[in-house]
Design a protein around this ligand. Structure first.
Ligand SMILES: [Zn+2]
Length: 433
């Protein structure tokens, strides 16, 4: 296996408190040394990273790879290529595939396919209920033993509180989180966007923020009751942030994530009736964004997650009401947030990197990920913080070409990604060196 010496990069490793121009040596898939002006060894292949940021590989705790069953939207090859291009070295894929990942045998099949097809580390979420139907608990214990890292019916709220209670109790026996897509099904009904002035003006059915707040409230109470770990996916409402903050203060075992699109886009964009902006929970208003930003700042929100949810272009190319929800997110996540918050001086780049590395690793207690400790895994990215580029969905590696950031000018991009000591992405292409 090649031995690498990455020289003169601006190494930012929030978990280890590192923020300096440093060299890093990679040997046999592990970090062998980190320090000032390391002496090159004969077997080192040198990478000059001057002017670049060296960061631990990003961790995405919420994505959809569509395999098995919906490979027209994405599969493990295109999905993990897209993740690598976005700088993600570990991703957690959701269970809403066809068939649903609700049995140990399907987890085993996925693990086999991951070994052959994936260029980044893929962790698996098992369903909470069989077929995501919300009626009967899935094989929680068997799937835990088969190696899933979380449980979720994401895409749906587990409407039956008794089942959610059982899932939290059962998952806690394996120290695994239950991830909640928190929107009260009856309140959102067939709403297609945030309920407010814009939905009223456009005559589109709304999904009120209260649907999220109510759903989150129940999850927090059940987490308190059971002692289980609930993770709130894609938090988008002010009320949810307030509730999670209060629950954390009480010592309830809750963690939470927020997406780039909920931080950067508002419901008003839907005035274009462009289905690229259709997502659940919906894009809301500035008032909610302010609360999400406060939540990120004070640690109420632990991580940034993409909710990468690709669809075939023709599926999204229809009337707003009929379009499926979600869009690709891996390849824009870092650049969107870097352009919107770091370049404008609102956030430090360290903060952004923390929320994409150490933050998600800590939320799910993945102690071997999200840092560049000596002896640890060599999962890292090189970032050019000044690289200007424009989002052209046709050039993205994902199969999901619908993207709400299409045409936007970005500053900052991942230029190289290393997984387990091998470069898997470099200069716009997947490599396996
Ligand atoms: Zn969801």
């Amino acid at each position: 296996m090649a031995q690498w010496l990455i020289q003169n990069g601006h190494l930012i490793d929030p978990a280890n408190g590192l923020d300096d121009v440093l060299d890093i040596r990679i040997v046999d898939g592990n970090v062998a040394a980190v320090g000032k002006s390391l002496t090159a060894e004969a077997s080192d292949e040198i990478v000059n990273a001057s002017g670049l940021i060296v960061s631990p590989g990003f961790i995405d705790i919420h994505c959809h790879l569509r395999e098995p069953g919906q490979e027209a939207k994405e599969d493990l090859v295109t999905g993990t290529a897209s993740a690598a291009a976005g700088g993600f070295t570990t991703i957690l894929t959701m269970a809403n595939t066809r068939p649903v990942i609700d049995q140990a045998i399907i987890v085993a099949g996925m693990k086999y396919k991951i070994q052959t097809d994936a260029v980044v580390r893929v962790e698996i979420t098992g369903a909470v209920t069989k077929g995501l139907e919300g009626k009967e608990l899935a094989e929680i214990g068997d799937m835990a033993q088969a190696g899933v890292r979380a449980f979720s019916d994401d895409g749906f709220y587990v409407n039956d509180g008794r089942l959610m209670r059982a899932a939290l109790e059962y998952a806690s026996m394996f120290n695994l989180p239950v991830i909640s897509h928190s929107e009260d099904c009856c309140l959102v009904a067939d709403g297609v966007m945030h309920e407010g002035c814009v939905s009223a003006k456009l005559g589109l059915k709304g999904r009120p923020a209260e649907a999220e707040n109510i759903a989150v409230s129940r999850e927090l109470m059940l987490a308190e009751m059971t002692g289980g770990h609930v993770h709130i996916a894609h938090v988008s409402s002010k009320g949810a942030v307030d509730l999670i903050r209060a629950a954390k203060a009480k010592g309830i075992k809750v963690t939470a994530e927020v997406t780039p699109h909920h931080l950067c886009l508002v419901d008003k964009t839907i005035e274009s009736f462009d289905s690229a902006f259709k997502v659940n929970p919906p894009l809301r208003t500035n008032e909610h964004i302010v609360a999400l930003l406060e939540g990120l700042n004070d640690g109420t929100l632990d991580a940034i997650a993409t909710d990468h949810a690709p669809h075939a272009y023709e599926e999204k190319d229809c009337e707003f009401n009929d379009a499926p929800c979600g869009f690709a997110g891996f390849e824009t996540a870092f650049s969107v947030l870097h352009s919107r918050f770091v370049k404008t001086g609102e956030w430090s780049v360290q903060k952004l990197i923390q929320k994409m590395t150490a933050g998600p690793a800590a939320a799910f207690d993945w102690q071997d990920r999200g840092h560049l400790s000596v002896g640890g895994l060599a999962d890292l990215v090189l970032i050019d913080p000044n690289k200007a580029w424009v989002v052209d969905p046709q050039k993205l590696l994902t199969r999901g070409k619908s993207c709400p950031f299409a045409g936007m000018e970005m500053t900052g991009q991942v230029v190289r990604t290393m997984v387990n000591g091998k470069w898997v992405y470099q200069d716009g292409k997947i490599t396996r060196k």
